[in-house]
Ligand binder design. Structure first.
Ligand SMILES: *Cc1c(COP(=O)(O)O)cnc(C)c1O
Length: 409
């Protein structure tokens, strides 16, 4: 989270004073409106606001019909939640390499496709877009679904298309560490009505008793203005037993304000990054991390690739640099994913995807060294976080520290 202030306080107060805290039947329709505004911003037909990024991925996978018997390809560098979402629906994550952008390597994706593969989960790590042209081309060729984990990349784009809108489903996170936030939250994005309906039902066990999700009503009635709520009996999908991860009106109201800030935050992040890149161009010993679309990158971070770990570590520790080696993240490298690597995929043993009869023969041959290129690249990369509210002086100091640290190598 970068910016929060009086607008969010007023939004919160508005909801509390109205005593309409529950999204269902709320007169203010904060969550409904947030979903509509988010869908418009990302250019998708449907957005569903849920309690987290992980739950968004789970609802998205459920919506895509992924379950036991299916392999889902995930990169070896991402927050563990990407893989946990796959096990949560009873499927098996197949872990593949990242390339020199530190996003999923399309060539390794293609190598690891098997007759059991059902979906690919590209992850836009640190706001850097994946090679979505290649991913979509591979998915089409092999008849696979694509679910974009854009949890760290709200507002980012790839060749003019918003991240999260390119695959069959997408997911954002609004937890505290993401670009916009209400503390905890997430959203499922899709253009496919069936995927959306299934995600809605999965996220709201009470769906049996209601059918008033606005996005469906809007589509059926040609616009939100024309709807007389509630709408019943409109699901095309037979209602199944879901769970519960609905969002509240308080979170909806806060996220509507955060969404208004998104373009400003990204614009300022990109301005700072661009200035840093211009000033650092040609610096000795310094090579920028490659991006699949530098213009679409969220610019929350600037990355550098070095020849070896020693140089990377020395640079990162330079005075005022504030760099971090992704290999040291402790949670974003597949070798950190203890429950996955040890195949403890659920609380109840019979619900553990790794021992389910439907998953026997699937590719869960994990080992600590199964993605050597990923480990090598993570060892040699340094990320530096960018702040959209840095002053010119702070930017200049940061650039100088980076130059000094590079020269000292
Ligand atoms: C944050 C994050 C998630 C999970 O989001 P939560 O809101 O914490 O559940 C999933 N994937 C990636 C890549 C993330 O960075």
């Amino acid at each position: 989270m970068f910016r929060i202030g009086q607008e969010e306080i007023s939004a919160f107060t508005r909801v509390v004073q109205s005593k309409q805290l529950f999204r269902i039947g709320s007169k203010n329709q904060e969550v409904d409106n947030f979903e509509k505004e988010l869908a418009e911003k990302v250019n998708v037909k449907y957005a569903l606001f849920v309690t987290g990024g992980t739950t968004s991925l789970i609802m998205g996978l459920a919506g895509l019909g992924i379950g036991p018997g299916d392999e889902v390809i995930v990169p070896g560098y991402t927050f563990m939640a990407s893989a946990l979402a796959v096990t949560a629906v009873g499927a098996i994550p197949v872990i593949v390499e990242v390339d020199d952008t530190l996003t999923i390597d399309p060539e390794d994706v293609e190598r690891k496709i098997s007759p059991h593969t059902k979906a690919i989960m590209p992850v836009d790590m640190l706001g850097f877009p994946c090679d979505m042209d290649r991913i979509m081309e591979i998915a089409k060729k092999h008849d696979l679904k694509v679910i974009e984990d854009a949890c760290q990349a709200a507002g980012g784009s790839y060749k003019g298309k918003k991240l999260g809108s390119i695959g069959h489903a997408g997911a954002f996170s609004f937890n505290y560490f993401k670009i916009i936030s209400c503390g905890e939250g997430g959203a499922v994005l899709t253009n496919d009505r069936e995927v959306f309906e299934k995600a809605v039902i999965q996220h709201d066990g009470g769906s049996t008793f209601r059918n008033d999700y606005l996005a469906i009503g809007r589509e059926e009635n040609g616009g939100a203005e024309n709807i007389d709520y509630p709408i019943y009996d409109k699901y095309q999908t037979p209602v199944f037993a879901g769970t519960q991860c609905r969002q509240s009106e308080i979170m909806g109201a806060i996220m509507r304000e955060q969404l208004k800030r998104l373009d400003g935050i990204l614009g300022d992040l990109r301005k700072v990054k661009h200035q840093m890149e211009e000033e650092l161009k040609g610096t000795v010993n310094l090579a920028f991390l490659r991006s699949n679309d530098p213009g679409g990158d969220c610019a929350t971070n600037i990355g550098f690739l070095f020849d070896n770990k020693k140089l990377a570590a020395q640079f990162a520790a330079g005075e005022g640099v504030g760099g971090a080696l992704p290999i040291n993240s402790g949670r974003h490298v597949y070798t950190n994913w203890e429950p996955i690597m040890n195949k403890r995929g659920a609380c109840h043993p019979a619900m553990n995807p790794y021992s389910m009869p439907a998953n026997q023969g699937l590719n869960d041959n994990y080992s600590m060294d199964m993605c050597p290129r990923t480990l090598d690249l993570l060892n040699r990369t340094v990320y530096i976080g960018i702040n959209p509210d840095w002053s010119q002086k702070e930017i200049e100091n940061k650039v100088q520290s980076i130059k000094d640290a590079a020269k000292a190598l």
